[in-house]
Write a protein that binds this ligand. Structure first.
Ligand SMILES: N[C@@H](CCC(=O)N[C@@H](CS)C(=O)NCC(=O)O)C(=O)O
Length: 206
């Protein structure tokens, strides 16, 4: 059985939880914060959360873990079987991570952790987020899911990356990321109705 290491409010942890719940895979849970202590670095080489423990050893990096779960776990398929369609899902996942999650993250210190972020960093974040949102609008299908007619990992990333990025942008960047992307707003609301999302939201409140 997989053991998931992380803390409840981590959006990356939520992505893994959603995948495991959607696939009806049982998992153990270890509550940890990111750490540069040797003991944790032996599990997660960058000291980040989440990581998982499997019967073969530890794995980190959310997208890699998602793919591992897909390849080894049972339950509903969250990646297409057709190679091109699967690559399209990976393309969207990569775009969401690189061009939405990571630019937004540069302002998280001020948005969520009581820190401050320079105007220069905020301007760069805004510029990059604008491009990321335009990319998602151009490349997402939203029919009704981001990669087409099936719910995939790209939707899981959309829900938890774009959701948090949008909150961050509203709080400190004076931007509404979803204004240009009503199709994503609608899709996130739809995903939010899934039992997995409802369970994760309840854990966030609890
Ligand atoms: N690339 C990593 C990013 C994970 C990540 O940034 N997690 C945050 C918590 S939500 C973290 O551990 N931050 C501490 C750090 O960056 O050192 C992944 O895909 O899993």
């Amino acid at each position: 059985m997989i053991t998931l290491y992380g803390f409840t409010l981590s959006n990356y942890v939520s992505m893994l939880k959603m995948a495991l719940i959607e696939k009806e895979l049982e998992f153990d849970w270890v509550d940890v914060k990111p750490s540069q202590e040797n003991e944790y670095l032996a599990k997660s080489p960058m000291g980040k959360v989440p990581c998982i423990e499997t019967e073969h050893g530890f794995l980190s990096e959310t997208n890699i873990i998602l793919e591992y779960i897909e390849e080894t776990g049972s339950g509903i398929k969250l990646m297409p079987t057709d190679p091109f369609e699967r690559a399209r899902v990976r393309e969207l996942m990569k775009e969401i991570e690189l061009y939405i999650e990571l630019p937004a993250r540069t302002a998280f210190a001020e948005a969520f952790f009581g820190g401050t972020v320079s105007d220069e960093v905020k301007e760069t974040a805004k510029k990059n987020l604008k491009k990321g949102i335009a990319c998602l609008k151009r490349n997402g299908k939203f029919a009704p899911y981001v990669a087409g007619s099936e719910f995939t990992y790209a939707d899981i990333l959309l829900k938890y990356s774009l959701g948090l990025a949008n909150r961050c942008a509203a709080l400190v960047l004076d931007m509404d990321l979803l204004a240009e992307l009503p199709e994503a707003k609608q899709l996130m609301a739809t995903i939010g109705q899934r039992p997995s999302a409802i369970q994760i939201a309840a854990e966030h409140k609890g």
